[in-house]
Design a protein around this ligand. Structure first.
Ligand SMILES: C[S@@+](CC[C@H](N)C(=O)[O-])C[C@H]1O[C@@H](n2cnc3c(N)ncnc32)[C@H](O)[C@@H]1O
Length: 224
């Protein structure tokens, strides 16, 4: 991200943080239910090991960490965010966890994590430059840092309205982009009409039935 876009992105969330304090409103959530629903759809990437490591990109205040812990996850959490004030507030909330100030569009960590999550972050369009290139750089970088899988969300361009600050992606383009990174992926558009949740998996090993070895099927759910 160029310097002008970076300053604008930082200013946007710093203004919200000043106005609302370290709360979900500073992250543009309208309710706790909305926030929880987003975290749960991201966590739908797969059954997570209790001690699996997590990188949360655009972590905001680190609320995803609280959410996962409530469900019994007890692994190492690292949150990164472009906004130094956000990082400082997150550290204050969760002093035992790791937070770093990093711009994921042009910096990487020299480490890998079992899971990488990136919620409500790639949806914010940088002020200048090619937004699709920005998204591709972010996603490619994040995918390189996961050992098991990456879950992120984007806005679909199949909308009836647009907002200049948001980044919209054509779903059919997204399929091809995902395929350029891995053959094992999920695109979910069953959660919100204008939002696509993407899971990208690292392990593409297949068994003798030509089924991905890590795929976990589910039994039919019959409603009585
Ligand atoms: C809407 S908030 C979402 C916070 C968090 N993921 C959540 O859902 O609770 C988006 C966050 O992404 C951060 N962000 C935006 N672009 C980023 C980038 N290129 N690298 C790292 N963080 C970024 C912002 O500073 C902001 O804190």
């Amino acid at each position: 991200m160029d310097e002008i876009s970076k300053s604008a992105m930082i200013e946007h969330y710093s203004t919200l943080l000043d106005r609302h304090g370290p709360t979900m409103a500073a992250l543009e959530y309208r309710s706790e239910e909305q926030q929880i629903k987003r975290y749960s759809v991201l966590a739908g990437i797969g059954p997570m090991g209790v001690l699996s490591s997590v990188l949360d990109v655009g972590c905001g205040l680190g609320h995803l960490c609280d959410f996962l812990r409530r469900y019994g996850w007890n692994g190492a959490y690292t949150g990164i965010d472009i906004n130094p004030t956000m990082v400082a507030s997150a550290r204050e909330r969760l002093p035992k966890d790791e937070f770093m100030c990093v711009d994921m569009s042009c910096e990487s960590l020299d480490r890998q994590f079992d899971y990488v999550f990136c919620g409500a972050t790639v949806q914010h369009r940088p002020r200048s430059g090619d937004p699709i290139k920005y998204m591709e750089e972010m996603v490619t970088r994040m995918f390189a840092m996961t050992k098991i899988g990456l879950a992120f969300d984007v806005f679909s361009n199949r909308v009836e309205f647009t907002d200049d600050q948001k980044l919209y992606v054509d779903p059919s383009y997204l399929v091809n982009f995902c395929l350029s990174l891995t053959r094992r992926y999920v695109l979910r558009n069953d959660y919100r009409p204008y939002e696509i949740v993407v899971y990208l998996y690292k392990n593409v090993a297949k068994n003798d039935l030509n089924i991905f070895t890590e795929w976990i099927g589910s039994e039919p759910r019959i409603i009585k």
